[in-house]
Design a protein around this ligand. Structure first.
Ligand code: AMP
Length: 217
C-alpha cells in the first residue's frame, strides 16, 4: 500500500495520472476538486457555499477540504493506497494531512511534483473536457474523442466542461497555485519526500516516471 500526493499546477495532468493509477494499481483517487464539484451538483449547503469561490478560481477554506479528506480516510480502505490529487494546496492543509494520516495509522510515502510550463497549461486547460460518466479526460485539439461526443472509454455521450476552465479563472487559479501551493514543493523537499517528474512529456512517459517513483516504495 502506497499513499502519494500528486502536486502541480492546474492542467499539469494530476487527474489524468491519478485515473491511470486507479485502474492499474487498485489505488483510490482523492480529488478535493471532484468532491467539491459533487457537493455542488447534489446541492448540499456546503456545495452552495463554495460554488462562487470555485468558479472564480479561488481556494475554498482549509477546514472544508480537510474535513472532506478526513471523512474519506476514515471510511475507505484501498488495497493499493490513496492518491491525493489537488490536496493539500496550502501549508496548513499539508500539516493537517500529516495529523489525520497519523490518526488513521497511515503514512505518506511519496510526493510527486508534475512539472510543466505555464504556456502549455493555458493551452491544455482551455479546451479540456471530460466524460460525464467515467471521468475520462479529453481535449479539443490534443486528445479529442475518436467519435465526436462519444467517450472512447465507456461509450457515454455526456461530455462536461468545467466552469472554471476559462482564461480569467485560470489566471486566478495560477496565482493561487504560486502563492499558496508551490511552497509545498520546498516543504516536502525538506521532508525528503519529494520526487519530480517531467509533465511535458507524452502521457505514457509521464505515467512511466510516476510508476518508477511508486515502485521504489
Ligand atoms: P481542481 O479540480 O483540483 O482544480 O479544483 C477546483 C477548485 O476547487 C479549485 O480552484 C478550488 O476552488 C477548489 N479546491 C479544490 N481542492 C482544493 C483544496 N485542496 N484547497 C482549497 N480549494 C480547493
Amino acid at each position: 500500500m502506497t499513499n502519494i500526493i500528486l502536486l502541480g499546477p492546474p492542467g499539469a495532468g494530476k487527474g489524468t495520472q491519478a485515473k491511470r493509477l486507479v485502474d492499474e494499481r487498485q489505488m483510490v483517487q482523492l480529488s478535493t476538486g471532484d468532491m467539491l464539484r459533487e457537493a455542488r451538483t447534489s446541492g448540499t449547503e456546503m456545495g452552495k457555499k463554495v460554488a462562487a469561490v470555485m468558479d472564480a478560481g479561488h481556494l475554498v477554506t482549509d477546514d472544508i477540504v480537510v474535513g472532506l479528506i478526513e471523512e474519506k480516510l476514515l471510511t475507505e480502505h484501498p488495497a493499493g493506497g490513496f492518491i491525493f490529487d489537488g490536496f493539500p494546496r496550502t501549508l496548513k492543509q499539508a500539516d493537517a494531512l500529516g495529523v489525520v494520516m497519523a490518526h488513521v495509522g497511515q503514512t505518506l510515502d511519496a510526493v510527486i511534483e508534475i512539472r510543466v510550463d505555464d504556456e502549455v497549461l493555458k493551452q491544455r486547460i482551455v479546451g479540456r473536457y471530460t466524460c460525464g460518466n467515467c471521468g475520462a479526460v479529453y481535449h479539443d485539439t490534443n486528445h479529442p474523442t475518436k467519435v465526436a461526443g462519444v467517450c472512447d472509454n465507456c461509450g457515454a455521450t455526456t461530455m462536461k466542461r468545467r466552469a472554471d476552465d476559462t482564461e480569467e479563472a485560470l489566471r486566478t487559479r495560477m496565482l493561487a497555485y504560486y502563492r499558496d501551493t508551490s511552497p509545498l514543493i520546498g516543504y516536502y523537499y525538506a521532508k525528503e519526500q519529494l520526487s519530480t517528474v517531467d509533465g511535458l512529456a507524452e502521457m505514457d512517459a509521464v505515467a512511466a516516471s510516476v510508476a518508477k517513483v511508486l515502485d521504489k516504495h
